[in-house]
Each structure stands twice: as C-alpha cells, then as structure tokens.
Write a protein that binds this ligand. Structure first.
Ligand SMILES: Cc1cc2nc3c(=O)[nH]c(=O)nc-3n(C[C@H](O)[C@H](O)[C@H](O)COP(=O)(O)OP(=O)(O)OC[C@H]3O[C@@H](n4cnc5c(N)ncnc54)[C@H](O)[C@@H]3O)c2cc1C
Length: 408
C-alpha cells in the first residue's frame, strides 16, 4: 500500500478548484436536466412493477429517459470525464472523478447514477480501441449514442474467471466464438458487448494469459434469461454465443492479453463503487437525522434515545473513515500506482459500511423504513449488490491478505 507523505509535499485534504467547480456544475446539471426527467416519470423509475414489461425488460419510456440523461451528460462533458482527452474525455484526476461519483450518489435523485458512465459506457478497456474500432464503437459510446456491456461472468464461473468456458478458435482468417455469459449488465439494451474468451489454453498461456476481448454486435448474439437481481431488475441477462464469426478487427487490445489489460483498470472499478457506496451512505444518514429529529416516541424525538443516535454516530464515523480510504486510494492511482490493496480495502470497507448503515437507517425508520416509496430498502438491496460485484467481499479480503504475504 502507498504510504501517505508528510511535510511540504504532504497530502492535501481540501477540495481543489477543479473538483469544486465540477461539483457545482453537477448540482446545476442534476437540478436543471436530470430532476425534471425523473419527476416526469415519478414512481415508474423506482418501482419495478411499473417500469418493467411483463417479460422483465425495462419499458421503452424508462430506457428513453436513461438515454436522454446519458446523452445530455455527454454533451455537458461529464459522462466520460475521467478518460483522456484524445478519446473524447476530460482527463480529470482520479480524485476528482471519485469526488464526482460520491457527490452524485449523495443526492438521492433518481437517474443521477446515469450521469457518469457505468458498465454500459466508455471505460478504459474500450479506450484501447484502434483503427476502425474508434469510429464504430468507442466514439458513439463516448457520445452516449450507443451503449455496451462487459462480459466476463459465466454460469459456472464468476470470481474464478480465468477458468471461463467461453472459447474463440481460429478458423482461416477469422475467430469462431462459442459460450454463454450471465449477469451481464445492460446486455438486453446494448449495441455491442466486450466479451472475454479463452483463445489459448491455460496449460500453454498460464492462468491469466490466453484470454482475448472481442467486440460483438447485438445481432450476433442471443439474449437468454434475464438475471433479475433484487434491486437491479431488468438490467442483467444471460448472453449466448453460437459460432459467432469475428474478424481480427473485432479484437479489442492484444490477443491473449485481455486479462492483464483488465487488471490494469481493476482499481478504478473499485474506486467507482466505493465512491458510490459512500455517497449513498451519506444520503442515508441525512434521511436518518431528519427522521430522528421529527419522529416522536414516548414523548420525545427518537434521536434523543442513545439506541438511535449511536447508530447514526457510528454510521458517520464509518463513512468518514471510508471516505479517507477513498481519497487516499484515488490519490495513489493519480501517483501512477495500481493501488491493488488500497482499492480492495476501499471496496470492502465502503460497501460494508453502506450495507450496515442502510440496515440501521431502515431500523431507525421503523415500519416506515420498509415502505417502498422512501427508497430505503432499495438502498439496502443496492448495498447487497455492491458487496458482490467488482469482486466479492471475500475476494477483496484475499487480495489484502495476499499483500500481507498470507495464503488466501
Ligand atoms: C447486479 C449484478 C451485476 C453484474 N454485472 C456484471 C457484468 O456487467 N459483467 C460481468 O461479467 N459480471 C457481472 N456480474 C457478475 C459478478 O461479477 C459476479 O456475480 C461476481 O464476480 C461473483 O461471482 P459468482 O456470482 O460466480 O460467485 P462465485 O465466484 O461462485 O462465489 C460464490 C461465493 O464463494 C466465495 N468465493 C469464491 N472464491 C473464493 C475464494 N477464493 N476465497 C473465498 N471465498 C471465495 C465468493 O466470495 C462468494 O461468496 C454482475 C452481478 C450482479 C449481481
């Protein structure tokens, strides 16, 4: 883990000018562009019974609202802000991007999660696009005119992804790809997917070698069952690839090297999810404080009972520590380091904090905590998802233990 420096070249904890300006413009953007779209759709956005077709997919109305937010965000320069300028981004620092993610998540406004690109949008892996791939895949995704997804997990393999069964074999000048992925975010709505397949056996290429990433268009694969996670309904699906023929122009990055390329960006995914976990935690604590002050029991506001106030105080303390871990991790990445253990610490601690605080804040609201319309149970479900995706709790702890020279 990186050591914090002291003295004249020490760590600064104030928010720099770039971050402050971006936070202000994000506030304006959410108020003027996002909130009106969210208000118009109302409960349709937050209630799975209203925003989904009978087959589980999101309704066209919801998809259009999501696309509108992404496109407006791209026009305003937010969507791909952390990517380099030469691929259409704004090249903001990881610290600024971390702060922007956290700030948006703390607002509690529906659809704000669409403002900064998620798995459907431009990510560093896709920024490796070359030649004709730039115009066909990267540029339209940066402009939010097309959307994508990232296919690694399979029915029999998740954490142990190098053991994937999906294969691409050479046949003449082409690759022939076969396999099934599952839990692929945005798959039902994507224009193309970035799909990982084994191209050289493990015995020859080693555990992490021999895996290649392919760009595969929507009319070349079949969508199977929707994988409806509670709290993320309609967004993930199984994808089947049946003898998909692909030219060399569909290889993203280098043949046999995709796993190493993806590992180079692993920490960024954990910074992103950590920031969103902390922003959500702050929103939850704000809800709890307001409720604890106004709800009365036994003749006084419930916030006067230590059983309630300590839950909020513990949540604040954990959110504070998680944010310190987030800032340090983002800063470490900005120093050019991979921050593998730092990002595991952040991801594990921030998502567990989110989970624990969400549970406490539901409890503080009593029966009202369970009501659909106040969004608290939605946060609890989201926190549960955050502890599984981008590497489960156990995988983060394995990484930290490994850095300490311990077995996993
Ligand atoms: C909402 C959602 C969105 C997702 N989006 C995507 C996506 O866009 N693209 C994509 O490719 N995947 C996606 N996933 C899949 C996600 O990345 C996997 O679910 C995750 O990596 C865990 O894999 P698994 O579910 O196969 O669990 P497994 O790997 O089978 O793990 C099962 C349990 O065993 C534990 N375990 C496994 N190995 C070890 C070990 N060595 N030590 C200790 N414990 C261990 C795990 O921590 C877990 O508790 C998504 C999943 C969800 C729920």
């Amino acid at each position: 883990m990186a050591e914090a420096t002291g003295g004249a070249s020490g760590v600064a904890f104030d928010t720099d000018e770039e971050t402050r300006l971006i936070q202000q413009s994000l506030d304006d953007f959410v108020e003027q562009e996002v909130a009106p779209i969210a208000d118009e759709l109302g409960e349709t956005l937050t209630n799975p019974r209203l925003g989904h077709e009978p087959d589980g997919r999101l309704t066209d109305e919801v998809i259009e609202a999501i696309q509108e937010v992404r496109q407006k965000s791209a026009e305003a320069g937010f969507y791909a802000m952390n990517l380099p300028e030469d691929v259409g981004g704004e090249n903001v620092s990881t610290v600024t991007w971390y702060q922007a993610n956290k700030h948006l998540a703390s607002k509690g406004t529906p659809l704000t999660e669409q403002v900064l690109a998620g798995p459907e949008g431009p990510k560093p892996l896709l920024a490796q696009a070359e030649g004709g791939q730039i115009e066909r895949y990267l540029d339209p995704v940066v402009r939010a005119e097309k959307s994508t997804g990232f296919g690694q997990t399979e029915p029999s393999v998740g954490s142990d992804s190098p053991n994937m069964a999906t294969r691409a074999e050479r046949d003449g000048d082409e690759w022939v790809l076969n396999g099934t992925k599952q839990w692929i975010t945005n798959a039902p709505y994507a224009d193309f997917l970035q799909v990982f397949a084994r191209t050289t056996p493990q015995e020859e290429a080693g555990r992490y070698g021999g895996i290649t990433c392919f760009l595969i268009e929507a009319d070349e694969y079949d969508i199977g069952t929707l994988n409806n996670a509670v709290g993320s309904e309609g967004l993930q699906a199984e994808v089947h690839f049946d003898n998909v023929r692909l030219s060399d122009g569909r290889v993203l990055g280098e043949v046999d090297n995709a796993f190493y390329e993806a590992m180079g960006f692993l920490s960024l995914g954990r910074v992103e999810i950590g920031a969103q976990a902390i922003g959500n935690t702050e929103w939850l604590l704000d809800q709890a404080i307001e409720y604890a002050n106004e709800r009365e029991a036994f003749g006084r506001p419930i916030g006067e009972f230590q059983g309630v106030s300590h839950k909020i105080a513990e949540g604040r303390a954990k959110a504070y520590a998680a944010d310190a871990a987030g800032l340090r991790c983002a800063w470490t990445i900005d120093q050019g380091e991979q921050a593998i253990a730092d990002s595991s610490v952040l991801k594990w601690f921030a998502t567990n904090t989110f989970w624990e605080v969400a549970d406490d804040v539901v409890q503080i609201h009593g029966g009202n905590g369970l009501a659909e319309e106040n969004g608290l149970m939605d946060r609890l479900h989201e926190a549960r998802i955050f502890r599984i995706v981008e590497g489960t709790d156990e995988i983060q702890l394995n990484t930290i233990a490994g850095q300490e020279g311990l077995g996993q």
